[in-house]
Design a protein around this ligand. Sequence first.
Ligand SMILES: NC(=O)c1ccc[n+]([C@@H]2O[C@H](COP(=O)([O-])OP(=O)(O)OC[C@H]3O[C@@H](n4cnc5c(N)ncnc54)[C@H](OP(=O)(O)O)[C@@H]3O)[C@@H](O)[C@H]2O)c1
Length: 283
Amino acid sequence: MCVISLRTKRIVVTGATDGIGKSYAEELARRGFAMMLISRSQDKLDDVARSLEEQFKIETRTIAVDFGKSDIYSKIEVGLAGLEIGVLVNNVGVSYSYPEYYLNIPDLDNFITYMINVNITSVCQMTRLVLPRMAERSKGIILNISSASGMYPLPLLTVYSSSKAFVDFFSRGLQEEYRRQGIIIQSVLPFFVATKMTRIKKPTLDKPTPERYVAAELATVGLQSQTNGYFPHAVMGWVTTKIVPISIVIFLGASMNRLQRSGYLHRRKLREQRNGNDLKKIE
Ligand SMILES: NC(=O)c1ccc[n+]([C@@H]2O[C@H](COP(=O)([O-])OP(=O)(O)OC[C@H]3O[C@@H](n4cnc5c(N)ncnc54)[C@H](OP(=O)(O)O)[C@@H]3O)[C@@H](O)[C@H]2O)c1
């Protein structure tokens, strides 16, 4: 059962041109909703919008903005003016290019600002723009895509993990504030999904395609205010929060990320050596 009905006017999806966001747009367009797609590249937005219009005969609009910047919200406000928004999917998010110790993160100063703007500010600001009309109408749904890495600290991805914990707390606090006004605010905490972000090419049962993940997640809207969204992920969430002590979860997360970091740095060194050899051959 899905509580999102056709009486809902328009869906807004941030980060709608790839991965999980694109799948939300497709899955909701399939159900006949008009779309507002917000992402950073106009070309990719045009491609996704055209494909949704052709496949599902729905109306689409787009706004191209970089959520890494903080001065974009007046442009979004203008783009949303006069639209009746039924559902907001706060999906846009970025992670590290590889797991790294805090002080070793390349260009740390800008990295911090960028990640906080994309992962945290976007959720608060988009909600500021959309929630007032929802509250007036006593109707509306906001899906905030957090992450399982926000359920406990994930060392070497510490800024990402902390930003996603913010999204989870923000969603749960706000749900309590606006529940009586009929607004649904859901915190969505996926484990791995096979997208560009995770660079997982081969989906498996525990690392599903975004399409499979989103179809399962949408069935939980209105039933769970905090969800891992997909049965195998719910089992993983239960094991890691209820069975295994938190200190062990943090230790295992750190070990996994240290391994990934070493692998990444090793491959990068090999690539650099190969490029150096190629350059010597040309000279
Ligand atoms: N994949 C997972 O395993 C996983 C697990 C837990 C949580 N999540 C969360 O799920 C959400 C979606 O992740 P994903 O894996 O689908 O990511 P993805 O495949 O990398 O797609 C991200 C989308 O956001 C857009 N985007 C990225 N940076 C942007 C910026 N600065 N301004 C505007 N748009 C921007 C991208 O646009 P372009 O197409 O132009 O790049 C793309 O449409 C994120 O919040 C992520 O943290 C993902």
